[in-house]
Design a protein around this ligand. Structure first.
Ligand code: GLC
Ligand code: CA
Length: 571
C-alpha cells in the first residue's frame, strides 16, 4: 500500500496502520448496559457509554457476535449472519453505533464466526432435510464418524467426538465445537461465496474490521490435523485480497489458538498477506506463569520466537477475554503449575483452561494488576482489554461454563450495579455479589471518585502509551540481565514523519516478577552513556555506564518505562 499520509474522512482519520496504534476494548453487548430494562444489554446501551470508552482512551471496540442466535454459545452459534438479535437491537441501531463511534475516531471490529453456524440456521435445516437441494453440501456430512481421526476435540468438557449423528438426514455431521454448531463445508464454492458476501455486507455498513473466529479450522483433511491446512490459508489470502482491493483500511484479525509459528502463518507473507492482526496466544499464559514462578525465562524465550512477521502485521496482546484463560499453548508441566496457582478449586477450570477474570486470578493484588498491564501495554502489538477489567471486576465461578466472567458491567452501587433497571431476577446473568468484588465496592462510579483507583491508573497508562508511538509501531530487542526474575527489553522506532508527533524514540522497559525488592544489572551496550528518563513523570534516572551496563533497583513486582537518549526528555 503506497499512501501513508493521513487522509481525513468524515469523522475518521484514515491511517492504514491504525490498528497498530490502537488500544482495543472487547465489549459484549449483552453485558454492558441494558437501555430498556429487559434484563439484557443492548446496542443502545453501548452507544450511551461511548463517552466513557473515549474518556478511557479506547480507540477500537471488538464486539463478540450480536447476530441472531439461540445463544447456546454466547452468540458464536449464529442462525442468521445478516440479522441483529432482536433483544440487542436493530441494524439501524448498529449503524448508529458505527456512526457515533466514528465521530469519536473510534473503530468497530466485529466478530465473524465463519467456521460454523448454529444448527438453527436455515442452511442447516435445509441441509439436513434435503440432501440433494441447494444446501445439501453446505456442511461436512459423512456416513461414518471415523473420518479425520487426527483432529483433536476442543470442548473436551462437553464433547466426546467431532461427529454427531443427525436423525433427520441419518448421517453424521462434523463440528469442531459444540454438537449444536455444525462446521460449514469450505470445500463447497457456494459456501466460500456466502462468506465473501457476508463480509461485504458488514464492511458496507462501515465496520472497520472483522475478527475471524476459529480461523484455523476452515478446511479439514485426512492427512492433516485440521488446523491451518493449506487450503485454509489460500482462502484467507483471497479474502484479504478482496478486502485490500475494495475496502482498504479495514482489517482482518485472526483468532488462532496455536504455537507461535502457526499463529504467525495467519499473517501470510509480504507478497501474499492474510490477516492484519493475530491474537498472541503463546505470550498470554506466560505472563501469568512469570507472575507466580518469579521467572522471566519462558517469557523471554517466547518473545524471541514471535518477532519475525510481515511489516504491516500486528499482534493483538491480551490478558483476558470472554473465553477461559487457555492453557493449550503451554507444556503439561507448566499447565499443572498454573492450575495449582490459579485454579485450585476445580470449579475454576474449563476445558483446557481457567474460567476466571483478571482481578480474581491475581488475587486482587494491585501490584500484580499494574505489572500485568504494564507488560500488556508495552509488548509489541496492540493491547486488547476485556470489559470490566479496568475496574478489577470479579467473576462468579458458580455460573455455568464461561458465563463465570461474562456478568453485567458494574457501573454504580445501585440496583443491578447500574447495568439495568430490571427486576434483579430477570437479568441475563446475576451481578457479582461476592465478598471482595461486590458491585457495591467495585464499580465505575466509585473508582471515578478515587484518584488512585485502578481505573484512573489504567487510563493514565493508556494515555502515556498513546503519547509514544514506539509502543505501537516500534521493534523490540530483549536484553540480557543478571536476575532471573527480571524481564528487560528496548522498544525502538525510527518515526514515520507522516504523523503528527510521530517522533523516533527508544524506550527501555524493565519488569520485576520477584516477590521481594531486587537489584539488577542489565546489558545495554548499544546505549552506553545514554541518559534515562521516566516516561510517567519525566524523572531523571542514572545514566547507562560507559561499559554498557545499567544497575537498577526495583520494588516488589514493579516496572519502569524509561526514555533512552541524550538531550533530556519533556513530557
Ligand atoms: C471462539 C470463541 C468462543 C467460541 C468458539 C466457537 O473460540 O472465542 O467463545 O465458543 O470460537 O465459536
Ligand atoms: Ca435491553
Amino acid at each position: 500500500m503506497s499512501f501513508t499520509a493521513p487522509i481525513t474522512l468524515p469523522g475518521l482519520t484514515l491511517d492504514l496502520n491504525w490498528y497498530k496504534r490502537s488500544v482495543f476494548y472487547e465489549v459484549m453487548i449483552r453485558s454492558f448496559v441494558d437501555s430498556n430494562g429487559d434484563g439484557t444489554g443492548d446496542l443502545a446501551g453501548l452507544i450511551s457509554k461511548l463517552d466513557y470508552l473515549q474518556w478511557l482512551g479506547v480507540d477500537a471496540l471488538w464486539l463478540p457476535p450480536f447476530y441472531r442466535s439461540p445463544l447456546r454459545d454466547g452468540g458464536y452459534d449464529v442462525s442468521d449472519f445478516r440479522a441483529v438479535l432482536p433483544e440487542f437491537g436493530t441494524i439501524d441501531e448498529f449503524k448508529e453505533l458505527v456512526t457515533k463511534a466514528h465521530e469519536r475516531n473510534m473503530r468497530i471490529v466485529m466478530d465473524y464466526p465463519l467456521n460454523h453456524t448454529s444448527d438453527q440456521h436455515e442452511w442447516f435445516q435445509q441441509s439436513r432435510s434435503d440432501p440433494d437441494g441447494p444446501y445439501g453440501d453446505y456442511y461436512v456430512w459423512s456416513d461414518t464418524d471415523d473420518k479425520y481421526k487426527d483432529i483433536r476435540i476442543i470442548f473436551v468438557d462437553t464433547e466426546e467426538s467431532n461427529w454427531t449423528f443427525d436423525p433427520v438426514r441419518r448421517q453424521f455431521f462434523f463440528h469442531r465445537f459444540f454438537s449444536h454448531q455444525p462446521d460449514l463445508n469450505f470445500e463447497n464454492p457456494a459456501v466460500r461465496e456466502e462468506v465473501f458476501n457476508i463480509v461485504r455486507f458488514w464492511l458496507d455498513l462501515g465496520v472497520d474490521g472483522l475478527r475471524l473466529d476459529a480461523i484455523p479450522y476452515l478446511f479439514e483433511s485426512e492427512e492433516g490435523n485440521g488446523e491451518g491446512e493449506p487450503p485454509t490459508h489460500d482462502f484467507i489470502k483471497e479474502l484479504r485480497a478482496m478486502v485490500d482491493r475494495d475496502y482498504p483500511g479495514r482489517i482482518l484479525v485472526a483468532e488462532a489458538n496455536q504455537w507461535p509459528r502457526e499463529v504467525a502463518a495467519f499473517f501470510g507473507t509480504e507478497e501474499e498477506p492474510e490477516c492484519h492482526m493475530a491474537f498472541d496466544f503463546p505470550v498470554m499464559p506466560r505472563i501469568f506463569y512469570s507472575l507466580r514462578s518469579q521467572q522471566a525465562d519462558e517469557l523471554v524465550r517466547i518473545l524471541s520466537e514471535t518477532t519475525d512477521i510481515p511489516s504491516d502485521a500486528g499482534w493483538g496482546v491480551f490478558l483476558r477475554n470472554h473465553d477461559e484463560l487457555t492453557l493449550e499453548m503451554v507444556s503439561e508441566e507448566y499447565r499443572q503449575a498454573m492450575y495449582g496457582w490459579y485454579a485450585y478449586d476445580p470449579r475454576m477450570r474449563s476445558n483446557i483452561g481457567i474460567r476466571r477474570r483478571l482481578a480474581p486470578l491475581l488475587d486482587n493484588s494491585r501490584a500484580e494488576l499494574e505489572l500485568a498491564h504494564a507488560i500488556l501495554f508495552s509488548l509489541p502489538g496492540s493491547p486488547f482489554l476485556y470489559y470490566g477489567d479496568e475496574i478489577g471486576m470479579g467473576d462468579n465461578i458458580w455460573l455455568n461454563d464461561r458465563d463465570a466472567s461474562r456478568t453485567p458491567m458494574q457501573w454504580t452501587p445501585d440496583r443491578n450495579a447500574g447495568f439495568s433497571t430490571a427486576d434483579p431476577g430477570k437479568l441475563y446473568l446475576p451481578v457479582v455479589q461476592s465478598l471482595v468484588y461486590n458491585y457495591s465496592q467495585i464499580n465505575v462510579e466509585s473508582q471515578l471518585a478515587q484518584s488512585r483507583s485502578l481505573l484512573h491508573w489504567i487510563r493514565n497508562v493508556i494515555h502515556v502509551r498513546k503519547a509514544h508511538p514506539v509502543f505501537g509501531m516500534g521493534d523490540m530487542t530483549v536484553l540480557q540481565t543478571n536476575h532471573e526474575s527480571v524481564l528487560a527489553f528496548v522498544r525502538s522506532y525510527e518515526g514515520s514523519g507522516t504523523h503528527f508527533g510521530d517522533q523516533p524514540e527508544d524506550v527501555l522497559c524493565v519488569f520485576s516478577f520477584a516477590h521481594n525488592p531486587v537489584a539488577v544489572t542489565i546489558d545495554m551496550s548499544e546505549y552506553a552513556g545514554s541518559a534515562l528518563y521516566d516516561l510517567f513523570g519525566g524523572g531523571v534516572f542514572p545514566t547507562v555506564n560507559e561499559d554498557g551496563t545499567l544497575t537498577l533497583t526495583l520494588a516488589t513486582q514493579s516496572f519502569y518505562w524509561l526514555h533512552i537518549g541524550e538531550g533530556g526528555y519533556r513530557r
